[in-house]
Design a protein. Structure first.
Length: 502
């Protein structure tokens, strides 16, 4: 079974009993409107019994009627923007869609929770050439709970959806006229959310209170990274660009925060979670490292003049990359379906729901967080100094790699503290990021050289010339040497003023 995806950019508005739609022609290039009649829609929404998808702003429905009948999974991207993943009609939840929310459901059954019957009056907003700019619909909705609890609701709302590839300025112009006519942006992000709220089945979580203590700030950061991890899960399963990288970064940030802020959270509770995060980061590394290395070597080859490309260089790299990519992606997807991964998510949720706070957690953030950040910085400084004192070679390469890890941890600690400490923490994070960039490029060169040697050996064994591979090896060797020279300058700048009050 296949699934297709559509980016949905829309805005919803609440109407009053006497609301009338205003004239929209003349707004943002709208030259004409065309009535497309009324469509009857019947949608059954699925969720876990405790509404985990709704809590994450995700909707899963089976809808009939209209021109897009089928299963629709809507994943939030940004306010007013969602990706709608579609699958053909069928009796059960399609496996491709169920897989995309597995990190949320974790084995819990997806069951019908709400049925929405909508009478949709559709109007197209067109430009002078008759091209669709946006679709405006007035929906009269009737909601009924399906989980055995009594509950019904009815309302009317206006929805404006931007045409594929359309200019968001159209939505701004339409909204301006709708507001003047008395319409207001909907309080609920989706029809499902409103149905659950109006029937009393579910109450959306209230915004977090302002963070004051060290514990408040650390927990808020951890919750944000845990949500980033879950959001990246679906993106990785969809094979979206940079998704593995985002998931790996969220994993690293979580682990770093748990280790950096041990004065706030009891390590007896956090160490087991941190170890599992280390495992997950390592598993994700194969896919991400393969992606980065392929891009690097491809760029190197593209930069060479044709006269220096001797033998089937591009073809051999393509074969290597394809084989590695297939293996790495298969491994990543297999990891995301393991009981161990789902157990990690459960453990992370449990830790955040009932955190094991230490005494420092209740103290002002300005007294606790700077010490943790500076401790990480001191570790970084010691590793950079050690690496720079070593002669070029394998031992220095390993020391620089260790310094890179310390740079990431320092940067993440500073970023976590930034909401509480302000500009000093942001400045430190920015400076350490520049050090991390140099160290990262150096490590990429170390890895690239090992791969280039492997490719050269295979080319030679196949009777091909290894000239180009050797040339690229030399370029990477020169690049590593340049990064080592650059590190001294970047580090001197990054460490300037490090003792300013955080």
């Amino acid at each position: 079974m296949t699934a297709e995806t559509k980016r949905e950019i829309e805005r919803k508005y609440e109407t009053g009993p006497d609301t009338r739609l205003p004239r929209l022609t003349g707004a943002a290039g709208i030259a004409d409107t065309a009535d497309r009649g009324v469509v009857e829609l019947d949608a059954v929404y699925y969720d876990t019994a405790d509404l985990r998808l709704a809590a994450a702003g995700i909707t899963l429905r089976r809808r009939t009627g209209g021109n897009d009948a089928g299963w629709h999974l809507k994943l939030p991207v940004a306010p007013g923007v969602r990706d709608e993943v579609r699958a053909p009609l069928g009796d059960g939840v399609p496996e491709p869609l169920a897989a995309l929310v597995r990190a949320r459901t974790r084995g819990a059954e997806l069951v019908p929770v709400v049925r929405l019957l909508s009478s949709r009056d559709v109007r197209h907003l067109l430009d002078e050439q008759g091209t669709l700019l946006a679709e405006l619909s007035t929906d009269t909705v009737r909601a009924q709970l399906l989980d055995g609890t009594p509950g019904r609701a009815e309302w009317t709302e206006v929805e404006v959806e931007l045409a594929d590839g359309g200019d968001p300025a159209v939505l701004d112009a339409v909204e301006k006229r709708l507001r003047k006519a008395g319409l207001r942006p909907a309080a609920s992000a989706s029809k499902l959310a409103r149905a659950l709220a109006d029937t009393g089945r579910w109450t959306p979580p209230k915004p977090e209170k302002a963070a004051r203590t060290a514990g408040d700030h650390v927990l808020r950061y951890l919750r944000a990274q845990a949500e980033a991890l879950l959001a990246a899960d679906a993106a990785v399963r969809r094979d979206l660009p940079d998704s593995v990288h985002k998931m790996r970064v969220a994993t690293r940030r979580l682990r770093s925060a748990l280790r950096s802020y041990r004065k706030v959270l009891d390590r007896a509770a956090t160490d087991p979670v941190a170890e599992e995060l280390k495992w997950l980061g390592g598993e994700l590394g194969a896919d991400r490292d393969q992606e980065v290395l392929t891009e690097r070597l491809t760029a190197r080859i593209d930069a060479l003049p044709g006269t220096l490309l001797l033998g089937p260089v591009r073809g051999r790299l393509r074969v290597w990359a394809t084989a590695g990519r297939a293996g790495a992606r298969g491994r990543t997807l297999a990891v995301l379906d393991t009981d161990r991964y789902l157990a990690l998510l459960d453990a992370l949720d449990a830790l955040l729901a009932d955190p094991a706070l230490r005494a420092a957690a209740g103290k002002p953030a300005a007294k606790v967080l700077p010490r943790a950040v500076l401790k990480e910085y001191e570790r970084l400084a010691a590793r950079v100094d050690r690496a720079l004192a070593l002669p070029p070679g394998e031992e220095r390469d390993l020391a620089l790699h260790a310094a890179r890890k310390a740079a990431k941890r320092t940067r993440y600690a500073a970023e976590a503290a930034a909401p509480a400490l302000g500009k000093p923490a942001k400045r430190l994070a920015r400076r350490v990021k520049s050090v991390q960039r140099v160290l990262g490029d150096h490590q990429d060169s170390v890895v690239a050289r090992a791969t280039l040697r492997e490719l050269a050996v295979k080319a030679h064994a196949a009777g091909e010339t290894a000239f180009t591979w050797g040339l690229l090896y030399g370029q990477e060797q020169a690049s590593a040497a340049e990064r080592e020279r650059e590190l001294g300058e970047v580090w001197a700048e990054a460490s300037a003023g490090k003792l300013r009050r955080l």
